[in-house]
Design a protein around this ligand. Structure first.
Ligand SMILES: Nc1nc2c(ncn2[C@@H]2O[C@H](COP(=O)(O)OP(=O)(O)OP(=O)(O)O)[C@@H](O)[C@H]2O)c(=O)[nH]1
Ligand SMILES: C=C(OP(=O)(O)O)C(=O)O
Length: 225
């Protein structure tokens, strides 16, 4: 497959409901701020990745939408915000399908990748490397550091994105015929933040600027102090 560039679709749950597995550690406000900080860092990394033509964010979170408008910068790939689709029993995958459809309308000849929005360590060169590795395949994915989840699912131009995110998604994406990409275990693309230990680990490592600022505040006055 010769890719003419990528549309990257990033889903972000409304921050008030996001990262519920951190609810025991953080106040609701701190958790909402963290969800937005991680999403903005993930989106910024995607926008600055070589080969990314456009980033489509699927969210109903108004403060995040406003922050994305404020962050618009013509030097990087443009951002489009797509509304959450109608309520679904499988809202994350429904959001990704809606984002992929919007991306196809905007860039009909592009390849499409779904990228989770909780990757605060993501570096553009790691995403570029994974997209490059995905390009020859009809469908390909990157598993998370544990090997059970998925952080990136990529399809060729014209192929339909069939996301199966959720518990055990790496196995589900492989069973659906997607090729597991052999990106390094240490790639920043593999490290999502789900549980308190992920957040503690992130304190020791390089994160994007908004998550770094959140972590510094939390270390000084908050739950991580
Ligand atoms: N637009 C949208 N994004 C979602 C939805 N559910 C999850 N996401 C996003 O998908 C990514 C991975 O989701 P999870 O790791 O399950 O994150 P989460 O749902 O915030 O975390 P938990 O509440 O702890 O399960 C994150 O970027 C979420 O914001 C959804 O229903 N709609
Ligand atoms: C939705 C997923 O992520 P998490 O395990 O972070 O909830 C997934 O890996 O498919």
């Amino acid at each position: 497959m010769t890719s003419l560039g990528w549309v990257v679709v990033v889903p972000v749950k409304p921050a008030a409901h996001g990262k519920s597995r951190l609810a025991g550690l953080l106040t609701d406000d701190d958790r909402a701020d963290l969800v937005r900080a991680m999403a903005l860092d993930t989106i910024a990394a995607a926008r600055s990745t070589v080969g990314v033509r456009r980033v489509v964010v699927v969210t109903a979170d108004d403060p995040l939408r406003r922050a994305l408008v404020a962050a618009s910068d013509e030097a990087e790939a443009p951002i489009d915000v797509v509304d959450e689709p109608d309520p679904s029993p499988d809202p994350l995958n429904a959001a990704l399908r809606a984002g992929a459809a919007a991306g196809r309308r905007l860039e009909p000849d592009a390849a499409v990748a779904a990228l989770l929005g909780d990757l605060p360590r993501l570096r553009a060169d790691d995403l570029a490397e994974a997209l490059h590795a995905a390009a020859p395949h009809l469908g390909a994915f990157v598993a998370d550091a544990q090997g059970t989840g998925t952080t990136l699912l990529a399809v060729a131009p014209g192929a339909e994105l069939d996301p199966r995110f959720g518990a055990g998604s790496a196995r589900a994406h492989a069973a659906a015929g997607n090729v597991e990409l052999d990106v390094p275990r240490t790639s920043t693309l593999r490290h999502d933040v789900d549980v308190p230990d992920d957040l503690r680990a992130a304190q020791e490592l390089a994160t994007g600027p908004r998550t770094t600022a959140w972590l510094a505040r939390a270390a000084a006055v908050g739950p991580l102090g």
